[in-house]
Design a protein around this ligand. Structure first.
Ligand SMILES: Cc1cc2nc3c(=O)[nH]c(=O)nc-3n(C[C@H](O)[C@H](O)[C@H](O)COP(=O)(O)OP(=O)(O)OC[C@H]3O[C@@H](n4cnc5c(N)ncnc54)[C@H](O)[C@@H]3O)c2cc1C
Length: 467
C-alpha cells in the first residue's frame, strides 16, 4: 500500500479535477480522544462521479481510503492509525436532499447530509425521519448507514438499516452501484444494500440513499419514572407494551450514577426528582390525532405503581418539560466524558438477561477495583451503555492499567449471556480485536471472503473491522 502524500498520487487527483486539502486536526481526532489519525490529505468530491474517480485513482495507486462523514463515530472507524497514510475521503460537500416523495413517504439524500438535515426536510413535508441521537447535528447519512447506527427510537422504528430502502455507492474498483430504489419489495438476488450498511466503509463509499419517512405522531406524552430496579424497569416495559403496543417511541434506562454525574458536571440541567432515584426510566408515547397518550401514560403509571414497580413519576407538562427530560438523557455522554471513564461498553443482551447481568457484572467489577458504574441506555432494545468510572474524588489515570481486564470481564459475560460486544457503535478499529475474539469462525471467514472478493487490493478503510 502506498502513501497518500506521494507526489505522483496527489498529481493524479489534481489532474482528475478533485479538490484536495491538507488534513487538519478535525479529520484526525475522534470524540473520545483515544485515537489519532495519520492521514495528511483530504479529498472533497462534490458528486458520485468524482467519488468514483477518487476511488479508481486510489485503487490504481494502491492507496488506502478512509471514508469520512461527521467524524462522530465512537470506535475509530474514521481515523486510520497505522500503516501508510491513507487518503481521507470526506462527503462534506455532498449534502443535497435530492428529492422527497410525499405520496410514497420516501426521501432521497446524499451521504453528506446530516441526520438533522434529513429530519428537517422530512418535517417540512409533515413527515418524520425517526433516526435520532445527540450527535445528529453532525453525524451524516453515510456515516449513520455505514455504522448502522441506532439511537433513541429504535424500539419503534428500527435501526438505520430498517429505514433504508435503496443505496448508491462506489465500490472498491470505482464502479458505481446504482441501487437507489424506493421499493419496499425487491427480491432480485443478493441485497448489496444490506452488505454495505454496517460495513463501516470497508466495502465501498455510500454516496446517497433512499429512506423511509413516517407519519409524525400528532400527540406525544413523555414521562420520567423512578423504578425500583432494572428488573422493575423490564416489567414496566411489558406493561407499556400491553397498554400501548408499538406506540412506545422510546424506553430509556438511567442509573442513579448517571444522574449524579449530570448534577455534578451540568448543574443547570433541571432534574425531575429532588433526590436521584436508584434507577429511572424515560419513556415516550407517540400517537395519532385526537388520541390521548397522556391518559395512556396515566394508566400505565397506575398499574405499575400498584404492582410496586414505579416509585414516583413525572409526566411532562408541556414541550419545555419534555425538552428538559430529553436534555438530561442526551447530556449523559457529555457528563461521562467530563468525569472520564476507565472503560466504556456499548453492549446488547437478550432482554431477560439484563437485570441479572447488571447485578452480577457490577459485583465482579467491584471486586476487581473500587469504582462507580454508570449504566444507561436503550433498555427497550436490550442496549446498555455500561461504563466504569474511578471512585469519587479520583481521576481515571490511576486505574487505566485495569481497563483491558474490566473490558474482558464485561465482554466475556455479555457473550456468555448471548449478547453482543457492540450494539450500535460498530467495530471500527477500537473493537476489531474483539470481533476476532468473539465472532463465530464461520462468520469471520465469510466476512474475509467478501472483503477479498470486493476489495482485493484492500484499499477501503484498511485496518477497520477485519484486520
Ligand atoms: C455524543 C454522541 C452520541 C452518540 N449517540 C449515538 C447513539 O445514540 N446511537 C448510535 O448508534 N450512535 C451514536 N453515536 C455514534 C455516532 O454519532 C454514529 O455512529 C453516527 O452515525 C456516525 O456518523 P458520522 O457521519 O459521524 O460517521 P464517521 O464518524 O465520520 O464515520 C463512522 C464510520 O463510517 C464510515 N463512513 C462515514 N461516511 C461514510 C460513507 N459515506 N460511506 C462509507 N463509509 C462511511 C467511516 O469510515 C467510519 O468507519 C454518538 C456519538 C456521539 C459523539
Amino acid at each position: 500500500m502506498l502513501n497518500a502524500a506521494d507526489d505522483a498520487f496527489a498529481e493524479g487527483l489534481d489532474r482528475a479535477g478533485i479538490r484536495v486539502k491538507p488534513a487538519d486536526r478535525s479529520y484526525l481526532e475522534e470524540p473520545r480522544s483515544l485515537y489519532n489519525g495519520t492521514s495528511r490529505q483530504v479529498a472533497l468530491p462534490t458528486s458520485t462521479d468524482e467519488v468514483s474517480r477518487v476511488v479508481r485513482i486510489c485503487a490504481e495507486a494502491r492507496v488506502g481510503i478512509v471514508p469520512y462523514g461527521g467524524g462522530t463515530g465512537l470506535v475509530a472507524g474514521q481515523v486510520a492509525t497505522d500503516g501508510p497514510a491513507p487518503l481521507v475521503l470526506s462527503l462534506e460537500r455532498m449534502t443535497a436532499i435530492r428529492e422527497i416523495f410525499p405520496a410514497e413517504d420516501t426521501i432521497v439524500a446524499e451521504a453528506g447530509a446530516t441526520i438533522g438535515d434529513i429530519q428537517a426536510a422530512a418535517e417540512e413535508t409533515g413527515r418524520l425521519f425517526p433516526l435520532s441521537y445527540s450527535s445528529q447535528g453532525t453525524a451524516q447519512l453515510g456515516g449513520a448507514l455505514s455504522v448502522n447506527s441506532g439511537g433513541l427510537n429504535v424500539l419503534r422504528y428500527g435501526m438505520a438499516r430498517d429505514l433504508c430502502l435503496g443505496i448508491e455507492a462506489v465500490l472498491p474498483d470505482g464502479n458505481v452501484l446504482h441501487a437507489l430504489k424506493r421499493l419496499r419489495k425487491d427480491n432480485t438476488g443478493y441485497d448489496l444494500r444490506h452488505l454495505l450498511i454496517g460495513s463501516e466503509g470497508t466495502l465501498g463509499v455510500i454516496t446517497a440513499a433512499a429512506l423511509r419517512l413516517l407519519p409524525r405522531p400528532a400527540e406525544t406524552a413523555t414521562a420520567f419514572l423512578a423504578v425500583a430496579s432494572p428488573r422493575a424497569a423490564l416489567s414496566l416495559l411489558a406493561i407499556c407494551r400491553e397498554q400501548a403496543g408499538e406506540l412506545i417511541s422510546a424506553f430509556e434506562l438511567i442509573s442513579a450514577e448517571a444522574l449524579a454525574f449530570l448534577a455534578e458536571t451540568q448543574p443547570d440541567l433541571r432534574q425531575p426528582f429532588d433526590e436521584a432515584p436508584e434507577w429511572a426510566v424515560l419513556t415516550e408515547l407517540g400517537m395519532g390525532p385526537g388520541s390521548d397518550p397522556e391518559g395512556q401514560l396515566g394508566m400505565i403509571f397506575e398499574r405499575a405503581s400498584e404492582a410496586g414497580l414505579v416509585l414516583d413519576g413525572r409526566v411532562a407538562q408541556g414541550e419545555r418539560q419534555r425538552a428538559d427530560f430529553w436534555a438530561l438523557r442526551e447530556s449523559i455522554p457529555h457528563a461521562n466524558r467530563r468525569i472520564g471513564s476507565i472503560a466504556s461498553h456499548d453492549i446488547s443482551l437478550p432482554l431477560s438477561e439484563i437485570p441479572g447481568f447488571i447485578e452480577e457484572c457490577g459485583e465482579k467489577i467491584r471486586k476487581m477495583l473500587p469504582c462507580r458504574i454508570s449504566a444507561f441506555g436503550h433498555l427497550g432494545d436490550g442496549n446498555l451503555h455500561y461504563n466504569i468510572f474511578p471512585p469519587e474524588g479520583e481521576t481515571r489515570d490511576a486505574y487505566l492499567g485495569k481497563t483491558s481486564d474490566v473490558t474482558r470481564l464485561v465482554h466475556d459475560m455479555v457473550v456468555a449471556c448471548g449478547g453482543s460486544f457492540s450494539a450500535e457503535h460498530g467495530v471500527g478499529r477500537a473493537k476489531s480485536g474483539e470481533l476476532e475474539r468473539y465472532a463465530d469462525p464461520a462468520k469471520l471467514a465469510a466476512m474475509r471472503s467478501i472483503k477479498a472478493a470486493l476489495d482485493p487490493r484492500g484499499i477501503m478503510n484498511p485496518g477497520a473491522v477485519i484486520t
